[in-house]
Design a protein around this ligand. Structure first.
Ligand code: XMP
Length: 504
């Protein structure tokens, strides 16, 4: 059972699904023009029609399968979704004489969606078209000074339309409005981490049966949660942890201990020498990623063969990847992220992807329920190629050693000062540059390292974190004192874009 969000191309569609899940309702996103059978396959209890960059005044504007209109399911139409409701029920949508973008004040809001919410309040608008004529019998529920029909409902109240975006944080009471819709539509509200764990483990058990499953454990949240789900499902599995030697200080031991302690059948391979050889002489970031990816696949394949026959490969694909691969295409390749740690189809396994319905924060919550320690569960993202993309130029044992120690000092200090969870990701970059300094009375010629900490929602865009100067001062002193090869510490103050988060 789910709320199906039909996507007509709004930039906020993912946000709608996330907000509904925060309200403990399972929601899925389907393309706006999905055949009605695809919608029904999710046993919808209600529908949300998203916004769109398109205009209904365009004859080619996207439309849902018309069978939707006779379904009698409760519907919430947002922006373009509301225009669809209006047009199909005999109202009129026209290009607005005032385009409303950004904040607006909602006045005279009434009806079940606004109960308990006092007006006026701020809402987020982003539309060109507007409702000129309300469908016969429909009721206007709210307005702004520029938009007389900012919300409306059908006479039998099975359908609501809102011109503004309740899903964005700038809309005050947005979450309350969505919650009123769910309550009013009588939608199931049992999407909790405990239920998710139970449900996903059952699905895995049904799918896998008595066959064997292999997976690649990286020490990150996704693969660790995946491994724990297999434990929970009680299926025969092996989690292969390829130590590529590009991990952080003590990381392998920490992951080994945590996962073994929770019943994961972990098989650890130390392949660090092999990876170093593959990386020898490489300086180009994509060449480094390519070498690591290829070596990873070779090592994994060999280990899988040694461990006997496996029918299934479990992969930690998440919902944003699923949405992305079903949706927008043609984006420029900036970095070949998914080439490292991703395994090719030719390996010949059948795939099990139990996390494919989950957003990252849901995976973290699931990890906590399954007993994963916070140190892993709430950990910053760490790239598949590990420290190799944090060492500019060739990866050498010396550079790795420096990268590991500087990272350790920085992360440790962030934790000590309660700043770790304030930033989305923090990292240290070792440059091939050396600069002159003094240590005691001696001339010192040490490496320049850069610290980077960013705030972000999803890593797609990021801002540099305004860490306190005193904190940065202390960290620089600590690093130059404890990592003698380092002569200078700089802090990266570039946002993404134009920079990326990692330096390579
Ligand atoms: P960028 O550097 O592209 O990073 O702004 C965005 C997020 O992706 C991570 N990242 C990677 N993850 N393989 C990965 O699995 C990679 O090759 C890779 N490169 C960057 C990065 O750490 C950040 O969280």
């Amino acid at each position: 059972m789910a709320v199906v969000v039909l996507d007509f191309g709004s930039q906020y569609t993912q946000l709608i699904a996330r907000r509904l899940r925060e309200l403990r309702t399972f929601s899925v996103i389907l393309p706006g023009s999905s055949p009605w059978e695809h919608v029904l396959a999710h046993k919808p209890q209600a529908l949300v029609l998203s916004g769109s960059p398109a205009s209904l005044t365009d004859p080619h504007a996207p439309r849902p399968d018309p069978r939707l209109w006779s379904s009698h399911l409760p519907i919430l139409g947002i922006c373009y979704g509301m225009h669809l409701l209006v047009q199909v029920h005999g109202g009129q949508v026209v290009p607005g004489w005032v385009r409303e973008y950004g904040r607006a004040q909602l006045t005279c809001a009434q009806g079940p969606l606004f109960s308990g919410v006092s007006t006026p309040f701020t809402v987020w608008m982003s539309h060109g078209d507007t409702v000129r004529q309300v469908p016969p019998g429909w009721k206007v529920e709210a307005s702004t000074s520029d938009c007389p029909v900012a919300a409306l409902s059908s006479p039998d109240r099975r359908m609501f339309g809102v011109q503004f975006h309740p899903e964005v944080a700038h809309t005050e009471h947005g979450q309350a409005i969505l919650e009123r819709f769910l309550d009013w539509a009588g939608v199931d509200r049992s999407w909790t981490p405990e239920n998710i764990a139970h449900e996903l483990a059952r699905e895995v058990r049904d799918r896998v049966g008595r066959d064997r499953v292999i997976l690649a454990a990286s020490g990150g949240v996704d693969s660790s949660v995946l491994a724990l789900l297999l434990v929970q499902a009680g299926v025969e599995h092996r989690a292969v942890f390829v130590d590529h030697g590009l991990l952080r200080l003590g990381e392998r031991e920490e992951v080994e201990q945590a996962l073994r302690g929770l019943g994961v059948q972990l098989h650890v391979v130390d392949a660090s020498a092999r990876f170093l050889t593959a990386l020898k002489g490489l300086v180009d970031p994509e060449a480094k990623r390519g070498a690591i990816g290829a070596t990873f696949i070779d090592v994994f394949r060999e280990q899988a063969a040694r461990l006997g026959h496996f029918r299934f490969l479990a992969q930690g694909t998440l919902y944003p990847d699923v949405i992305e691969s079903a949706g927008s295409q043609g984006a420029a390749k900036i970095k070949s992220h998914h080439n490292v740690g991703g395994l090719p189809a030719e390996l010949g396994f059948e795939l099990v992807e139990p996390l494919r319905w989950l957003f990252k924060d849901e995976v973290r919550a699931l990890g906590c329920v399954l007993g994963l320690p916070n140190s892993i569960c709430l950990r910053h993202p760490f790239p598949g190629p590990g420290l190799a993309v944090r060492i500019l130029g060739e990866v050498t044992p010396e550079a790795l050693d420096i990268a590991r120690h500087v990272d350790h000092e920085f992360i440790h200090a962030l934790r000590e000062h309660g700043l770790y969870s304030e930033v989305w990701q923090a990292l240290a970059v070792v440059t091939p540059l050396r600069s002159v300094g003094v240590a005691g009375d001696e001339r010192k010629y040490g490496y320049v390292v850069a610290l980077r900490a960013v705030t972000s929602q999803d890593g797609m865009t990021a801002d540099w974190a305004r860490l306190p100067h005193d904190f940065l001062d202390g960290v620089a002193a600590r690093i130059t004192r404890r990592v003698p090869e380092v002569g200078r510490v700089v802090y990266d103050i570039t946002s993404k874009p134009p920079a990326t988060i990692e330096w390579e």
